[in-house]
Design a protein around this ligand. Structure first.
Ligand SMILES: [Zn+2]
Length: 69
């Protein structure tokens, strides 16, 4: 969907890309969040979520800290 520009469920190309905003985030640690880019099909309502490119580095290092004792 992100790369094909087509809904994998119904085949529609009427897609809406929702830019990452204040509430489009995914926790990667106690005090950090990765931003989420969403794609919505305006034909059937299917949504696809991707971590924004600029947050991928955070995600790769998420929950790496040793647990508190
Ligand atoms: Zn669809």
């Amino acid at each position: 969907m992100k790369r094909t520009g087509r809904c994998p469920k119904c085949g529609s190309t009427d897609l809406l890309a929702v830019e990452p905003g204040l509430y489009n985030s995914f926790p990667t640690g106690l005090f950090s969040n990765a931003r989420i880019q969403r794609y919505v099909c305006r034909s059937c309502g299917y949504t696809e979520e991707w971590i924004a490119e600029d947050s991928m580095e955070k995600l790769r290092h998420s929950w790496d800290a040793p647990p508190e004792k």
